[in-house]
Ligand binder design. Structure first.
Ligand code: CMC
Length: 435
């Protein structure tokens, strides 16, 4: 029997099958040959929520959830966060290598060149309600860019793809900042090409009447590191949505809008906002034990805890905790930190959380930093989305180059009614069409 194979005995038929094993997987299509007879469709796997299904081969991000390891293109996240800017990391995700100084300069120039929005897009944004949630605004406006750049539909053309990728990475902070200004009723601030990516974002958010906005360097670097930490996370819910929408050859603006929708939910990127709501509900440190007890009794979840893949401390949460110290030296401590630390301390000693391997994830501490920096909780998920756009686009680009990929289309197990007839005696029937 050849190595790297799996022998399957179908007890229904007593037939034996040998299936190749590659990269620790069997091909689901290899199961189709396993049939009880010619009428049988063949065996499928049933995997709600993709608990154990690899949907693609990817060389972008590696996660070892048991050991708490996250790498982009082979580099540990800790090393990238310490030594790189977000735009260098975005380049790495997209092209596979960190840029040298010349490539970096050209890359930054290209991104900077595309930060402005078309005036019609700016005008479009003014029509949202004053209290529109910034994630809804982001998703809708990114989708609207599809109408501004119709050439984006040529998704099989590499150069066209790259042009849209640059536009998206450049324009998403502008859209995000405008959604924030809109919610406050403040005029929009045009991008400033002299500034770095995070500084320019801060400028568009917070510039008032001063002639030139000067960002606090500690906060600008903290934001840039947070962007690095959020840039990609392999086949999560939103990346999968990006790939799924992209697989139909939808243009990247519409596919990114779909990914934004997936990210917005509280079980995914929306968790950072939900953590702040939870901490506000807890109110103070003394109420933490009661809150944890309630959670264990099945009343809600501890937001910012748990992960499908990490069964150890999320390495991003560890870095964020460290950034928090630096940010608080500038902004003063966020009083919610005390509650969060107590929550973590108690949860990590509690059998319920230990046995289920529930640790703080990236969203547990990020919101506390964002709030200290001056962001409203509704903006937190948008702050997750800005850098994740680079990851989504890297995933999408990889999909477009992957000869094995086709339109994404899972199977189902039909458990509904067998064929039946309408009982026309129960309601009035529309006039029958002549046959
Ligand atoms: N608080 C309390 N119990 C939890 C939590 C939590 N945060 N997360 C999971 N559990 C329990 C869950 O009830 C289940 O218990 P039991 O075995 O008794 O039924 C067990 O742990 C396994 O959980 P699961 O729901 O099967 O795990 P999953 O892989 O389907 O869900 C998750 C992963 C992230 C959706 C979930 O842990 C969760 O809802 N966490 C809170 C929301 C959150 O912080 N999301 C951000 C994720 S990280 C950023 C990102 O990538 O989006």
């Amino acid at each position: 029997m050849p190595e790297n194979t799996l022998t399957v005995v179908d007890n229904r038929t007593n037939k034996t099958y040998t299936l190749p094993v590659e990269n620790g997987t069997i091909r689901a299509m290899d199961l189709r040959q396993i049939k009880t007879g010619p009428e049988d469709f063949g065996l499928m796997t049933y995997d709600p929520a993709f608990m154990n299904t690899a949907s693609c081969k990817s060389s972008i991000t590696f996660i070892d959830g048991e050991r708490g390891i996250l790498r982009y293109r082979g580099y540990n996240i800790e090393e990238l966060a310490e030594n790189c800017t977000f735009l260098q990391v975005a380049y790495l995700l997209l092209f596979g290598e960190l840029p040298d100084d010349k490539q970096s300069k050209e890359w930054v120039k290209q991104i900077t060149h595309h930060t402005m929005l078309h005036e019609t897009t700016k005008e479009f944004m003014t029509r949202f309600r004053y209290d529109a949630h910034p994630m809804g605004v982001l998703a809708s406006t990114v989708a609207a860019l599809s109408t501004v750049y119709p050439e984006a539909k040529k998704v099989r053309d590499r150069d066209t793809r790259m042009h849209q990728i640059i536009r998206l990475i450049a324009k998403v902070p502008t859209i995000a900042a405008y959604s924030y200004r809109h919610s406050l009723g403040f005029p929009y601030v045009y991008p400033d090409n002299d500034l770095s990516y995070p500084e320019n974002f801060m400028n568009m958010l917070w510039k008032m009447v001063e002639p030139k906005y000067v960002a606090n360097p500690v906060l600008a670097r903290a934001l840039d590191i947070l962007f690095i930490l959020h840039a990609d996370h392999e086949q999560n819910c939103s990346a999968n949505t990006m790939r799924c929408a992209g697989s139909s050859e939808a243009d990247p603006y519409l596919a990114v809008a779909a990914a934004c929708a997936a990210l917005s939910g509280p079980l995914h990127g929306g968790a950072n906002e939900a953590v702040l709501t939870m901490l506000a509900e807890i109110g103070n440190k003394d109420n933490v034990p009661a809150y944890i007890k309630r959670t264990k009794e099945g009343h809600g979840k501890l937001m910012g805890f748990g992960h499908r893949v990490y069964k150890n401390y999320d390495p991003r949460a560890r870095i964020i905790k460290h950034i928090a110290d630096q940010v608080f030296q500038v902004t003063g401590k966020n009083p919610k930190l005390e509650i969060a630390l107590e929550l973590e301390r108690i949860a990590l000693e509690d059998e319920y959380f230990i046995s289920r391997k529930l640790y703080p994830n990236v969203d547990f501490y990020s919101g506390i930093i964002y709030q200290a920096m001056g962001f409203k909780p509704e903006m937190f998920t948008v702050l997750f989305a800005i850098p994740r756009v680079a990851g989504w686009l890297a995933q999408w680009n990889e999909l477009m180059e992957d000869k094995e990929q086709k339109i994404s289309r899972p199977r189902q197990v039909y458990v509904g009614q067998e064929l039946r007839k309408i009982d026309t005696s129960r309601f009035s029937v529309v006039k029958a069409m002549s046959r």
